[in-house]
Design a protein around this ligand. Structure first.
Ligand SMILES: C[S@@+](CC[C@H](N)C(=O)[O-])C[C@H]1O[C@@H](n2cnc3c(N)ncnc32)[C@H](O)[C@@H]1O
Length: 275
């Protein structure tokens, strides 16, 4: 894909999280209660409920070392570590997001258990021991070369360890306009079908593959997100500025269009490396 990932407007003005904290009276350098931050730092659907789902499905606990691929500003990794006591490695491609993530983690007092790394999963993670689990939310959609991605994941897991991923899949047959929207507004060049997920994960060596359709829940979530954003538009403009708000509204609208047309779907993937 030739365009930059910053064509996706969710990733503009990511420091807007600090504006939300200011409203609550939390200024620069104040400690941040994680329960407060969780409202603003999750860039996927259903916030910490989705992270709780990963914890329960993979049985994540305090003795585990877990990798999050595409950790954004660090929300899921911080919550995972806070909720279970596990050690997190949070891998993020974009340096501005990674920097904010590290700052927020320090201000939550979690720097001993959440380790931030800026890099591209396709380049691997050098010098790290293998992980007890890998988690990822809405990141694989940015990576067209799934076979290479799954091979990297497989390589990074201990035998018997599992992967939990929430992402997009091709539910109907995406038309040319939808593919253009995905490419231009979501930095997404390829959306596999369910059978492609199954085949490519198997080819990488994964077993006990469980693929669940989340499309209806996600359509409801993204529709509600846009409605509430528009309802609070004036408040949001005052807080974040006109440019940020119009960019987010554009992005949220594209996602609603794609889900409501029902050719784009949501999927949860759970799979294991054999013992
Ligand atoms: C929609 S955000 C989700 C962030 C986080 N998982 C969350 O739910 O809050 C996807 C993230 O994946 C990152 N990403 C995309 N491609 C990546 C890659 N090849 N390696 C590491 N991170 C990547 C993006 O920069 C972005 O921050």
């Amino acid at each position: 894909m030739s365009e930059d990932i910053k064509t996706m407007k969710l990733y503009h003005q990511v420091e807007r999280v600090f504006n939300e904290l200011q409203v609550l009276g939390i200024s620069d350098d104040d400690l941040i209660p994680i329960e407060t931050l969780c409202q603003f730092d999750q860039y996927h659907y259903f916030g910490t409920d989705a992270v709780d789902d990963a914890i329960s499905k993979l049985g994540i606990h305090s003795q585990m070392s877990v990798l999050e691929i595409g950790s954004g500003i660090g929300g899921p990794s911080r919550y995972l570590s806070h909720a279970t006591g596990c050690m997190m490695t949070a891998l993020e491609l974009q340096s501005d997001l990674d920097l904010i993530a590290s700052t927020l983690t320090r201000r939550c007092g979690l720097e001993q258990s959440v380790h931030h790394v800026c890099g591209d999963i396709l380049q691997g993670l050098r010098g790290t021991p293998k992980f007890d689990a890998i988690v990822s939310w809405l990141t694989f959609l940015h990576i067209a070369d799934r076979q290479r991605l799954y091979n990297q994941c497989f390589e990074l897991l201990k035998p018997g360890a599992g992967i939990y991923v929430e992402d997009y899949y091709e539910r109907g047959s995406l038309n040319a306009d939808e593919r253009k929207l995905l490419r231009q507004d979501v930095y997404c060049d390829r959306v596999p079908t369910i059978s492609e997920y199954q085949d490519e994960l198997s080819k990488a060596g994964f077993v006990n593959i469980e693929l669940s359709d989340l499309s209806d829940e996600w359509t409801g979530f993204v529709t509600g997100r846009l409605e509430s954003f528009i309802m609070n538009k004036q408040r949001n403009i005052k807080l974040h500025g006109e440019l940020t708000v119009s960019g987010l509204e554009h992005f949220y609208t594209t996602v609603v269009t794609l889900f409501q047309q029902a050719n784009l779907g949501g999927i949860r993937v759970i799979a294991y490396k054999p013992e």
